[in-house]
Design a protein around this ligand. Structure first.
Ligand SMILES: [Zn+2]
Length: 403
């Protein structure tokens, strides 16, 4: 056992937390219930369509808000944004604006409320070449991902799992038209970036319930460039706690994770391994889905949240968290960068370029550490932090403005 003494307070280290969680993790994950997930998918499917321009889109957001409230998230909000659509396709043209709504339920962290872990999916749906008022049940795409987030949220409340970091469960709007205009996830990520919101990671579940086999299950993990920390964490949760074999696909992919990746937040897109042949048709219905597989997929997100938001049953003790204990400013940086290290230990820092070459490395002591960046060219870099508490990576943007 490692205990760090800080002003007579005992701090639980990350390793201690993981060891103690390990013994209970499977008990927590067994609470994930495929019938409960299925009921949510069925509700969303019953709307007939969740096309973002259809007149029912606000009532779906309100239903999701009520759903979160009914499982204990009284703080759930509709986070509205103006959606400007310019879309031209054979037989369908629209150029207008609508209000769209991300639905956000928050479980506030007891130790690091300003550090946020996000789990979510998108609730809008569409059918190819069929828009207003056409059947778009979207059971797999992506009622499954939304239902997964709701199920994890439900279990956290049910067994009184309390996180040290804040968890946000988000049903995102307007994903299906993201190629043409700003999606709900892009709206969220842009605002989070401009406000300096501290997002540890975003687990995006989009199409996680189609699997024709009764066993030998796989999942596709789309790992964006520079998202190795999240990939390693997800692979470890998947292999340790589920019956699913992870397939790692090292490439960027469109969807709600993309705008988070663009802003430098750690993210990963979870996807079924066998592509759903009913995608974007009136046959993407819950009857075609494999609910035990979907429940197993949901466990990956739950295990990651428990591990990374340091959730425990009951009250959190002071716990060390590498990510939450480091503050980098400014980012984007120009001539100098400052990192405040609030951990009780030294942290090794490496700055790498996009092809993984280490350009600078140093040790950060407790307190504020200044790094001179005058020799760096403008561009995107990756900073990796290593301590006894673990490893974390994040993006550093350097905008050289030398006089
Ligand atoms: Zn989708």
């Amino acid at each position: 056992m490692q205990l760090s003494a800080q002003q007579n307070k005992l701090i639980v280290t990350d390793k201690m937390h993981r060891n103690s969680i390990d013994t209970e993790m499977n008990t927590f994950l067994e609470e994930i219930n495929s019938d409960s997930i299925k009921a949510t998918i069925q509700w969303l499917q019953n709307y007939g369509t969740r096309f973002l321009k259809d007149t029912n889109h606000r009532s779906i957001a309100v239903w999701l808000q009520q759903k979160f409230i009914s499982i204990g998230y009284q703080n759930t909000v509709l986070d509205s944004f103006l959606h400007i659509t310019q879309f031209n396709n054979p037989g369908f043209y629209t150029e207008d604006t609508t209000w769209q709504y991300n639905v956000i339920a928050t479980l506030e962290g007891s130790v690091y409320p300003d550090s946020i872990c996000i789990a979510g999916g998108h609730y809008d749906s569409m059918s190819d070449s069929a828009y207003y008022g056409k059947a778009a049940p979207g059971a797999d795409d992506d009622a499954s991902g939304v239902a997964a987030a709701i199920e994890v949220a439900r279990v956290f409340k049910k067994i009184n799992l309390r996180p040290a970091l804040t968890i946000k469960f988000i049903a995102f709007a307007a994903e299906e038209f993201m190629g043409f205009t700003r999606s709900g996830a892009a709206y969220y990520a842009a605002r989070a970036d401009s406000l300096g919101e501290k997002i540890k990671f975003f687990a995006n579940n989009d199409m996680i319930a189609y699997e024709p086999s009764a066993n030998n299950w796989h999942a596709d993990f789309y790992c964006f460039i520079g998202m190795d920390w999240m990939k390693n964490m997800a692979v470890s949760a998947c292999t340790k706690y589920t019956d699913i074999i992870p397939n790692i696909i090292n490439q960027n992919c469109p969807g709600d994770a993309f705008p988070f990746f663009e802003r430098g937040f750690q993210t990963l897109h979870f996807f079924e391994d066998i592509f759903n042949p009913y995608y974007h048709t009136r046959n993407d219905v819950v009857e075609k889905l494999n609910m035990p597989y979907c429940a197993e997929m949901t466990k990956i997100t739950m295990a990651m949240l428990i591990g990374e938001a340091h959730a425990v049953v009951g009250i959190n003790e002071p716990i060390a968290d590498l990510y939450s204990s480091l503050n980098i400013y400014p980012n984007p940086a120009s001539n100098s960068m400052y990192i405040q290290n609030s951990l009780q230990e030294e942290v090794k820092m490496q700055i790498m370029n996009t092809i993984g070459e280490v350009i600078l490395q140093k040790v950060l002591t407790k307190g504020v550490n200044e790094t001179n960046l005058r020799s760096f060219k403008s561009g995107i870099y990756l900073i990796q932090f290593t301590a006894d508490e673990g490893v974390f990576q994040q993006k550093l943007i350097i905008r050289a403005n030398r006089n």
